[in-house]
Ligand binder design. Structure first.
Ligand code: NAD
Length: 301
């Protein structure tokens, strides 16, 4: 059976590395990375995402500002708020929790963030930097960066490997494909992107030495689509039902990935579980980007 690539374990390693580096920078330069999270409204899902980001930021020793705004904040006021943090010297990362209410133009808001504080990596300037690759890249988007980090830390050879990416979204599919095709360590792959209009999904997947699946369709990838020994990264998070948590006694979602895990693990060489795979990596990489932002500013990156 396949080796499990556990995001929960890799997260701990990286957060410890970040904590140690934050301490060093604090001693030497007298500053710590500053992250502001801007949350508009009170959607329970958004609150839980932001809370986890804040908790993690505290854990690694960042300065953290939680800026909660009412759901009826105007677009102009939100843009003014972003401008304030763009100018704030103690802030290295600005995170606007999505989605925003309908009366606010999300694109306008994201584009207002200073690209050098855009730790989510969604600003067109950072998308462009990612496309150019190499030293141009400042803030790779967090989920793709987490995927690449997992592949590298699992010791999977990427150079010359056939990478097949299922999905072409701006937050996962397109950026991870772009990252794997670049020159350099953890990349140098031969990349194919497949999507809803692809003619023979199975045939493409079967060629993959590294199969990255971000479709949002439970059990889309069947075991017979997997090349024996392949590395399978399952990005999908699908709520397929509810259960009572043994720990808390509360109702929680039953999550499933895009890969038929139980069958796939008998064929793959390594595989990420859901939950506990790619999921924990995203916030971890957000912390890494925020630390990087301060290091760029100090000229020590
Ligand atoms: P999306 O809906 O924006 O994109 C899905 C892509 O998959 C589309 O490009 C579509 O063409 C392709 N696709 C859908 N169904 C397909 C099919 N049957 N065959 C082939 N291609 C198909 O989704 P997204 O934002 O990229 O997210 C994908 C999945 O990853 C979701 O389940 C999401 O919850 C999850 N996700 C997880 C994390 C994390 O763990 N941190 C982060 C982002 C997204």
């Amino acid at each position: 059976t396949a080796t499990l690539i556990k995001g929960t374990v890799i997260r701990e390693q990286i957060l410890e590395e970040i904590t140690a580096e934050v301490k060093q920078i604090k001693e030497k330069h007298g500053v710590v990375p500053g992250l502001v999270t801007i949350l508009v409204g009170e959607s329970p899902a958004s609150i839980s995402y932001v809370t986890l980001k804040i908790k993690t930021a505290h854990r690694v020793g960042f300065k953290e500002i939680q800026d909660n705004q009412s759901v009826d904040i105007s677009e102009a006021d939100l843009l003014a708020l972003i401008d304030k943090y763009n100018k704030d010297e103690s802030i290295n990362g600005i995170l606007v929790q999505l989605p925003l209410p309908k009366h606010i133009d999300e694109k306008k808001v994201l584009n207002a963030i200073d690209p050098d504080k855009d730790v989510d990596g969604f600003h067109p300037v950072n998308v462009g930097r990612l496309m150019i690759g190499g030293d141009e890249v400042k803030f790779p988007p967090c989920t793709p960066a987490g995927i690449q980090e997992m592949i590298v830390r699992a010791g999977v050879e990427t150079s010359g490997a056939e990478v097949v990416v299922v999905g072409r979204s701006n937050i996962v599919g397109k950026p991870i494909a772009n990252m794997m095709v670049q020159k350099g360590p953890g990349a140098n792959s031969t990349v194919t992107i497949v999507h809803t209009r692809t003619k023979d999904l199975a045939a493409h997947c079967k060629r993959a030495d590294i199969l990255i699946v971000a479709a949002g369709v439970p059990d889309l990838v069947k075991p017979e689509w997997i090349k024996p020994g392949a590395c399978v990264i399952d990005v999908g998070v699908n709520r397929v039902g509810e259960k009572i948590s043994e720990k808390t006694g509360k109702k929680i979602a039953i999550l499933k990935g895009d890969v038929d895990f139980d069958a796939a693990k008998e064929i793959a060489g390594s595989i990420t579980p859901v939950p506990g795979g790619v999921g924990p990596m995203t916030i971890t990489m957000l912390m890494l980007n925020t630390l990087k932002s301060l290091k760029f500013k100090l000229g020590i990156a």
